[in-house]
Ligand binder design. Structure first.
Ligand code: BT5
Length: 250
């Protein structure tokens, strides 16, 4: 089944990722099933953080993927394909205003310095394979009053106030997911190259936290495990996971 061929639309739910997990456990949803919420009351970010979205204005959805052929070791491909599908959709929606669309490692989507979308991927492994993944996407579409401290934006804000048709954006996003999913399975080198090209702050010195210390590092690429490859001021390149490295405030 193609991604989005079956959409379960709900009026209000605590979290689409949580609902997708419950449905998977109860009835083993098919690959490509989408849970789309009009309103999400307890949206989840990573590590217990919260995700805010305005009822009816923004997108909160989860996609069930069953990438039978994907090795567990390659699961960062899911983060890449999702971030790129979201970035494709944002660029398409903004037209020429979409110039500054980038993927902030590991998978925030930014317009300029501002976060327009967040992604939460929950994977279940079976041996050395990915049994299924729940890919949660929060995309700010028509919100205009996101708190300034979030350094967020929406398609509407980035487009100078123009409202966007939320359903049309959902369908473009799911079509982009399907394209990027096929690329991930069949042309992974192309996906890797596109992710590298979209990487925010690539080739620029950026303030970061490394093992709790403030440092300047220059992002170069990601490695096959999804760790960020960064260059230090002495020209040495090393790879770090999120357990050790993160960007300081944008
Ligand atoms: C994320 O986490 O960015 C992943 C967000 C995933 C949300 C989707 S919505 C559908 C699905 N169902 C769920 O329950 N979740 C997924 P993280 O990188 O941890 O970023 C969270 C941080 O982003 C928060 O601590 C805030 O600082 C910021 N934030 C919250 N809401 C935001 C928004 N609408 N726009 C921009 N930033 C936001």
């Amino acid at each position: 089944m193609a991604i989005g061929e079956r959409i379960i639309a709900v009026r209000s739910v605590d979290s689409t990722n949580k609902m997708a997990a419950e449905l998977l456990a109860a009835q083993g949803s098919a690959h490509g099933t989408v849970i789309l919420a009009h309103e999400q009351t307890a949206g989840r970010g990573r590590r217990g953080r919260r995700w805010a979205s305005a009822p009816g204005l923004d997108i909160a959805l989860s996609v069930v993927l069953k990438p039978a052929a994907l090795a567990a070791a390659d699961q960062f491909g899911l983060a890449k394909l999702t971030a790129l599908a979201v970035a494709d959709t944002v660029r398409e929606a903004l037209g020429t205003a979409g110039d500054g669309v980038a993927v902030k490692w590991p998978n925030d989507v930014l317009v300029g310095r501002r976060k327009v979308a967040g992604i939460l991927i929950e994977c279940e492994l079976a041996g050395d394979r990915v049994r299924h993944a729940i890919v949660g996407i929060g995309l700010n579409v028509n919100s205009v009053d996101l708190p300034e401290e979030l350094l967020a934006t929406s398609l509407r804000t980035a487009a100078g106030g123009r409202m966007h048709d939320r359903d049309a954006v959902v369908h473009r996003l799911l079509a982009a997911m399907e394209r990027r999913y096929a690329q991930c399975l069949h042309v992974p080198a192309g996906l890797d190259a596109d992710y590298t090209a979209a990487l925010w702050a690539r080739g620029r010195w950026a303030p970061m936290w490394l093992d709790g210390a403030a440092v300047d590092r220059r992002p170069v690429d990601v490695d096959p495990h999804g760790r960020l490859l960064v260059e230090d001021p002495e020209g040495r390149v090393a790879a770090y996971g999120l357990d050790r490295l993160r960007f300081a405030a944008r």
